[in-house]
Each structure stands twice: as structure tokens, then as C-alpha cells.
Design a binder for this molecule. Structure first.
Ligand code: FMN
Length: 313
């Protein structure tokens, strides 16, 4: 009996000792699978869409939001004719004081990494990138520069940007050719271990199909456009009016911030009142007040009849 009691006591104490000494793995309360939350955006300027294509691929690969830097005055083919000394792009690049205006307002506060892309113009950044730096303080962000070019490398543009603002934290830079594959982009991001983000689905570009023809719609950065995007994807049968617009009354009102744009441009999408969605397919002067939702690029001449419009997300 004594031996049995002794055995019980020994086993209990052994159990207790091993219980006390049982070490929790270090940092067991830290979930090693969760990484530091970062938020990144691909911000780009592009005229002939080469940089835009690369920007899209980087955004997909890094799970970043995507926003185009839209010039207030769009560049025409004539504007970017580098063989013409008097072309707009050449004059801008030759004049150190020129800062082409940016059309869209950007909210970059939530991002800690910015992938900033541009085409090489005369060996360096187009002047609109300086406008960006003049208007937005990017010094607290990690910046990854990328460019497309015929053959020129990115180095001069990186040095010029560093000279322009020596507080910029440029963590990497890379030049791409227009036809760089998504595989090459993926490899670059992995090799350099570049930051990836968590998309907040912020994009100012959506697809629109008008009678099955695809167009690109650039949205305004306002509450109306944000509320409109929540309705998508959606198809509307829009009615013809006055030989210059197609309209539809929405089921529910959207927030408004009306103003008189003075001039309607072909391709503008406006909200009239708080629930009438209008696509203008001619340019003309106006005294009416609207809230702008966006603009359809290179809209064809639409016929004088009702149309089917599908807004994708
Ligand atoms: C005004 C102008 C100047 C250019 N200068 C250069 C240059 O110095 N070196 C080069 O390799 N490519 C140069 N290019 C070609 C562009 O960098 C190239 O086509 C780029 O991919 C265009 O990008 P985007 O389609 O995004 O606008 C120039 C293009 C333009 C319009």
C-alpha cells in the first residue's frame, strides 16, 4: 500500500514538474502568417498606353490600387511628336519652369508605398511628374519608380527626381520595354521583395460597353462617382435626347455636388439633378448645372437613337 501511495505521489509530482516546466513556444501569441499591413498604389502617367499596361500588371501582381495621373489638357498625337521642336512635349521638356496641370485630385494618405510610373521623355521624366511632386508630399512614402522607353534607361530620371527633392525615399527603380511580359514583372517584384498591398478596389478606370463596343471610362474622384461605382456592374437602356445626349433615371438618388461646367465635352458622364445619368456624345457650351461622374475616352459618334450601356466594375 505504501509503495502504491509513493508511486502516486511521485507520478503527481512528475506531472506537476513537467507542467511547470512546459515552455510556451516563444512568441506563441504572434500569428506568424499575418504580415505587416501595407497599402500600396500604382500611380502612373501614360500617353500612348505603354506605361499604362505595365502599371496594370504591377497593380495586379502587387495587389495595389491603380490611379492614372490625368493631365488637365490631354496630349494629342501632335503634342507628343518628338521630331517637331515646337511640339508641346518638346517645349515642356526644354522649359525648366513648365508644370503641366493635373486634372484629378489624388488622395494618397492611406498608402505607404507608391509605385510611380512614367514614359521617358528626352532621357528623363515628363514635367507632369514634377507637378505631382509640387502638389503632393511623398517624402513619407516608399517610392518604387518604373518607366517605359524606346531604349533609354531609368537612371537619369531617378537622379533628376532625387535632385528635385532629395527627401524622396526611392527604394527601387526599373525600366521596362513596351512589351515586357507579366512573368518578367512578377520576377522583378519577387527578386527585389517589393512591397505588396491590400487592394481597396480604388481605381478610376472602368470598362463601358456601348451597344457592345468597349470604351474606357475615367471616373472623377468624388462621392458621386464612388456611389455610382457601388451600383456596378449594371446595364442601362439609355434614351436619346436633343441629338447630343443619352439619359436614364436611376432607381435611387446619388450624392451631388453640382456646378456649371460651362462646356460639355463629348464623352462626359454627368449626373443631372440627383438621379438622371447622362452621357454626352457631342461637345457644346452649357448653362446647366451637373455633377461630373467621369469621362469616356475616344467616344465614337453615336447615332441619334436609344442605346444599351453596360458599366463593368
Ligand atoms: C516627347 C517624347 C520623348 C521621348 N524621349 C525618349 C527618350 O529620350 N528615350 C527613349 O528611349 N524613348 C523616348 N520616347 C519614347 C517613350 O519613352 C516610349 O514610347 C514610352 O513607352 C511611351 O510611354 P506611354 O505609352 O506610356 O506614353 C519619347 C517619347 C516622347 C513622346
Amino acid at each position: 500500500m505504501k509503495r502504491i501511495l509513493l508511486l502516486i505521489v511521485i507520478s503527481i509530482s512528475l506531472l506537476t514538474i513537467s507542467g511547470c516546466n512546459k515552455k510556451e513556444p516563444l512568441n506563441s501569441n504572434i500569428d506568424n502568417t499575418s504580415k505587416e499591413k501595407i497599402s500600396s498604389i500604382v500611380l502612373y502617367f501614360s500617353v500612348t498606353n505603354n506605361t499604362k499596361r505595365i502599371a496594370n500588371l504591377i497593380s495586379e501582381e502587387t495587389n495595389s490600387d491603380l490611379i492614372e495621373i490625368i493631365p488637365k489638357e490631354k496630349y494629342t498625337d501632335k503634342d507628343i511628336n518628338y521630331n517637331d521642336n515646337d511640339s508641346r512635349a518638346n517645349k515642356e521638356q526644354n522649359n525648366p519652369n513648365i508644370r503641366p496641370k493635373i486634372e484629378n485630385k489624388l488622395d494618397l494618405s492611406q498608402y505607404d508605398t507608391i509605385y510611380l510610373g512614367y514614359p521617358i521623355w528626352w532621357g528623363t521624366v515628363p514635367k507632369i511628374i514634377y507637378t505631382l511632386l509640387d502638389n503632393y508630399d511623398l517624402t513619407s512614402k516608399k517610392i518604387v519608380l518604373f518607366c517605359t522607353s524606346g531604349s533609354t534607361g531609368i537612371e537619369t530620371s531617378v537622379n533628376d527626381l532625387k535632385k528635385y527633392n532629395n527627401k524622396l525615399n526611392i527604394i527601387d527603380s526599373k525600366r521596362f520595354s513596351a512589351n515586357t511580359s507579366s512573368k518578367e514583372i512578377k520576377e522583378w517584384i519577387e527578386e527585389q521583395n517589393l512591397p505588396k498591398g491590400e487592394k481597396s478596389m480604388m481605381t478610376n478606370q472602368i470598362k463601358v460597353l456601348i451597344d457592345n463596343k468597349e470604351y474606357n471610362l475615367t471616373l472623377e474622384d468624388n462621392e458621386t462617382a464612388k456611389s455610382f461605382i457601388k451600383l456596378l456592374p449594371k446595364e442601362f437602356n439609355m434614351r436619346e435626347l436633343n441629338g447630343n445626349e443619352k439619359y436614364i433615371y436611376l432607381d435611387n438618388p446619388l450624392p451631388t455636388n453640382e456646378y456649371n461646367p460651362k462646356k460639355i465635352n463629348k464623352g462626359d458622364i454627368m449626373l443631372y439633378g440627383n438621379d438622371c445619368l447622362v452621357i454626352f456624345y457631342e461637345s457644346f457650351d452649357t448653362n446647366y448645372r451637373y455633377t461630373k461622374i467621369g469621362h469616356i475616352d475616344s467616344l465614337d459618334n453615336l447615332e441619334n437613337k436609344n442605346i444599351t450601356v453596360r458599366f463593368e466594375k
